[in-house]
Design a protein around this ligand. Structure first.
Ligand code: SF4
Length: 299
């Protein structure tokens, strides 16, 4: 059973009492939120006409050196909210016409989110719930989301231990992410779409191709294809931007070349993958980073 008293919500398994202190991620016993917005840049099947109803949570259990959201994920910018206020936020996203409730980096707040979803559903909340995580989740945490989450939206960042240790301080990333993603697929089932193209259930796995790592990306695709075939939706991203502390790591202080990205896309096609979003043109820009100004957090 998951709890805040002896926190093992993610594979760091810090074991801290979150009512008294914080573990690796920095999160306390109340959810902390940096921005509530309608977000147009998620994959089209998640955004609908008005956008995904994003709730950006503060803190993170990974330490990605290129994190575009580092001011909230590493530095904790945001405001604490009670579970009751979190439930109101979910209902307000529904009233704004959001296509989905998109919980961004939710891992370390799963108990608070489950309580808030119970409160919101008692008041008529009915949006599809998207769990948008880095996949560094414990299996127990994913199991607790059965009946609460409709769509899992994990990253698969690395398959190499060396990359995971150097860029995100999580050497066991792939081992843990593989377990978590398998459990997500078991819970959500094969991907399903409504007649208007909106995704209603299933797992959408994102992979960001990193500069100098196209062969690692191909191995990530090999694993995904071998494990899940076309029962999941994939999204291959080319938007790597050398932000934050990326320049401190050899080879990471540049954008992706067209050749690197296209060779990974070609590999997906060669494998026979058909459920896969690809990005066209230059999408790498700091302009796409949201302004974490606290909008929508207070009533
Ligand atoms: S959620 Fe935070 S405190 Fe809990 S195990 Fe993970 S890193 Fe540690």
């Amino acid at each position: 059973m998951i709890s805040l008293e002896k926190c093992e919500l993610c594979p760091r398994r810090c074991g801290v009492n979150r009512h008294e202190s914080a573990g690796f991620c920095g999160a306390g016993d109340k959810a902390r939120v940096a921005l509530v917005s309608l977000h147009p840049w998620e994959e089209p099947c998640l955004t609908g006409a008005k956008g995904a109803g994003t709730v950006f949570f503060s803190y993170c259990n990974l330490r990605c050196c290129y994190c575009q959201n580092h001011e909230i994920s590493h530095e904790g910018k945001g405001q604490e909210v009670t579970d009751e206020r979190l439930a109101e936020i979910f209902l307000e996203q529904q009233q704004r016409g959001a296509a989905t409730l998109d919980l961004v980096t939710p891992t370390h707040y799963v108990p608070q989110i489950i309580h808030a979803l119970d409160l919101a559903r008692a008041k008529g909340f009915s949006l599809p719930v998207v769990y948008n995580s880095g996949a560094y989740d414990s299996v127990e945490t994913i199991m607790s989301l059965r009946g609460y989450v409709d769509i899992f939206l994990p990253d698969l960042k690395y398959v190499d231990e060396v990359s995971a240790a150097e860029y995100s301080q999580a050497a066991d990333y792939f081992e843990q992410a593989a377990l978590a993603i398998r459990k997500m697929v078991e819970i959500a089932g094969p991907v399903q779409f409504a007649a208007d193209g909106r995704m209603t259930r299933g797992v959408l796995i994102r992979h960001l191709v990193l500069p100098g790592h196209r062969h690692e990306s191909m191995r990530a695709l090999d694993w995904l294809w071998q494990e899940f075939g076309d029962t999941v939706q994939l999204s291959l991203m080319n938007q790597y931007t050398p932000m934050y502390r990326a320049a401190e790591h050899k080879g990471m202080n540049r954008r992706l070349t067209t050749f690197e990205y296209e060779s990974v896309v070609d590999h997906a096609v060669e494998l026979g993958i058909t459920h896969c979003y690809v990005q066209e043109g230059q999408t790498a820009s700091e302009r796409f980073v949201p302004d974490f100004d606290g909008r929508g957090v207070r009533s």
